[in-house]
Design a protein around this ligand. Structure first.
Ligand SMILES: [Mg+2]
Length: 406
C-alpha cells in the first residue's frame, strides 16, 4: 500500500473551536462553559462554539437564535478578528519550528510535510505531539493533529482526533480507517455529489471501492477518477508551502473606460459572484472586503468593509460592495478597472451549509451549491448568467431597502 498512498509523512494541525477557545483563554471565568462567538442574538450566525456548547446540538454556522434556544445558558461574544489573527501568528510560528513545508488552510489550520525532518525530529507522531504540547504550554490553547501519508488522510485523522487529540493513520491502517467512512467525509464531496452517489447505492467508502475507475469517470468525469483514488486513500497533492490564502480577489481592466453606473454595477456583480464562488470552493469565508476602483487617469481608490459574520455568499458580498461604491466617484469619473477582494479569510466550520436559519437562505444555499457543481463540471456560462440576472432583480431591492444597514 505504501507505494500508492505515498510514503510521505504529513501532519494536519487544526485548533479546536479556535475563536471560542481564545475567548475562554482571555476570560478565565468562561473556561469550561458554553461560549458562542458570532453575531447578534437576534439575527447573527454562530462563527464558533466551545465544545461545552456542542452536547446541546449547537454547531458553527447555526443561527444564533437557534443556538440559544438549544443552549440558553451560553455566553454570546462578538468576533474579535484582530485578536485571533495575533494568536494565529503565534501558532504558525510554532509550526515553523518543526517544518519549512507549511501550507496554511485558514487562520487556525495547516498541513505540515515533515518527511524531511524525521531523522532529526523522530517519527511524525512524535513531532505532532511536540507541536500540541508547545501550543498548549506556550499559548494555553488546545489543538488537534492528524498524521498520515498524505493530506487527505491527515485531515480526516485530525477531524477524528478532535477535540484536543492526536491520531495517526499508518499506511497499513488506511483501509481499516477509510472503508467504514460515510462518503460525505471524502475530500471535495459536498451534499450534491453525496446525494448522487447515494442514489447509486454508494453510502460508504467500501461501496465506492466496488466501482471501476472507467465507470466512475464515465459518470462524473475528472471528479470520478479522483473519487476512485480517494476511496483507496490516494492523494498525490503535495504540501505547497507559503501558499497562505491571504485574500481572494477578482479584478478587471476594461477594454474601454466605463461611465455608465449601471454597467459598473454589472461588472462588480459578476466579480462578487466570482469571489464568492472561489471562497466557497476553498471552504473559507471572509471577514473583510475591499473594493478597488481605478479611474481613467490611473488614480486608484480602495474602500474596505468588515462583515459582522463570516461572509461567503455573492449576495452579502454584493450588498457590501454597493455600500462601498457609494463612497467612490465611479460613474462621475470614468472607470478603468474595478476589483473586489475578500480578506481576513476564516474557516466557517463543517456543517455550515446545512444549518441556515431561514428557509429562503436554505433554498438559496441549495441553488448555489448546485450551480457551483455545474460550473465545476461544465464551466457553463449559461448557469452563471441566469443567476446574475436573478440577483440583479433582488439586488436593487436590497439597495433601496437597506440603506446604511451594514
Ligand atoms: Mg479549527
Amino acid at each position: 500500500m505504501t507505494g500508492t498512498v505515498t510514503d510521505k509523512t504529513i501532519i494536519h494541525c487544526d485548533m479546536d473551536a479556535f475563536f471560542a477557545s481564545v475567548e475562554q483563554l482571555d476570560r478565565p471565568d468562561l473556561a469550561g462553559r458554553p461560549v458562542l462567538v458570532g453575531g447578534s442574538r437576534e439575527r447573527g450566525v454562530v462563527s464558533a462554539c466551545s465544545y461545552q456548547a456542542r452536547p446541546f446540538g449547537v454547531r458553527s454556522g447555526m443561527a444564533m437564535s437557534k443556538a440559544l434556544a438549544r443552549c440558553p445558558g451560553a455566553m454570546v461574544l462578538p468576533v474579535r478578528m484582530e485578536r485571533y489573527q495575533q494568536v494565529s501568528r503565534q501558532v504558525f510560528a510554532i509550526f515553523s519550528d518543526y517544518s519549512d513545508l507549511i501550507e496554511p488552510l485558514s487562520i487556525d489550520e495547516a498541513f505540515l510535510d515533515v518527511s524531511g525532518c524525521l531523522r532529526l525530529l523522530g517519527p511524525g507522531v512524535k513531532i505532532a505531539e511536540a507541536i500540541r504540547h508547545r501550543v498548549r504550554r506556550d499559548l494555553g490553547l488546545p489543538i488537534s493533529a492528524g498524521v498520515a501519508p498524505n493530506k487527505f488522510l491527515a485531515k480526516l485523522a485530525s477531524e477524528e482526533a478532535k477535540p484536543d487529540g492526536l491520531l495517526e493513520i499508518l499506511p497499513e491502517q488506511v483501509d481499516d480507517f477509510l472503508l467504514p467512512l460515510d462518503i460525505g467525509k471524502l475530500w471535495g464531496v459536498g451534499r450534491v455529489m453525496a446525494d448522487k452517489l447515494r442514489a447509486l447505492g454508494i453510502d460508504r467508502v467500501s461501496d465506492l471501492r466496488g466501482w471501476r475507475r472507467e465507470d466512475l469517470s464515465r459518470r462524473f468525469g475528472r471528479e470520478g477518477a479522483r473519487l476512485y483514488e480517494l476511496a483507496r486513500g490516494i492523494d498525490p497533492r503535495p504540501v505547497v508551502p507559503g501558499r497562505e490564502i491571504k485574500s481572494i480577489g477578482a479584478e478587471e481592466t476594461f477594454s474601454r473606460d466605463l461611465t455608465d453606473p449601471e454597467e459598473i454595477r454589472r461588472q462588480l456583480l459578476s466579480q462578487a459572484e466570482k469571489v464568492a464562488r472561489r471562497v466557497r470552493k476553498q471552504g473559507l469565508a471572509a471577514m473583510g472586503l475591499m473594493l478597488k476602483i481605478k479611474y481613467a487617469d490611473f488614480s486608484t481608490r480602495s474602500r474596505s468593509h468588515r462583515f459582522r459574520n463570516p461572509a461567503r455568499e455573492a449576495e452579502e458580498i454584493w450588498r457590501a460592495t454597493l455600500e462601498l461604491l457609494k463612497d467612490t466617484e465611479a460613474g462621475l469619473r470614468p472607470v478603468r478597472l474595478t476589483g473586489i477582494y475578500l480578506t481576513d479569510l476564516v474557516n466557517p466550520g463543517r456543517g455550515q451549509q446545512e444549518l441556515f436559519c431561514d428557509p429562503m437562505a436554505e433554498r438559496r444555499q441549495k441553488l448555489i451549491r448546485a450551480i457551483d457543481e455545474l460550473q465545476d463540471r461544465f464551466g457553463s456560462k449559461a448557469t452563471r448568467r441566469a443567476t446574475l440576472l436573478k440577483q440583479k432583480g433582488s439586488v436593487q431591492g436590497v439597495q433601496k431597502g437597506e440603506d446604511g444597514g451594514e
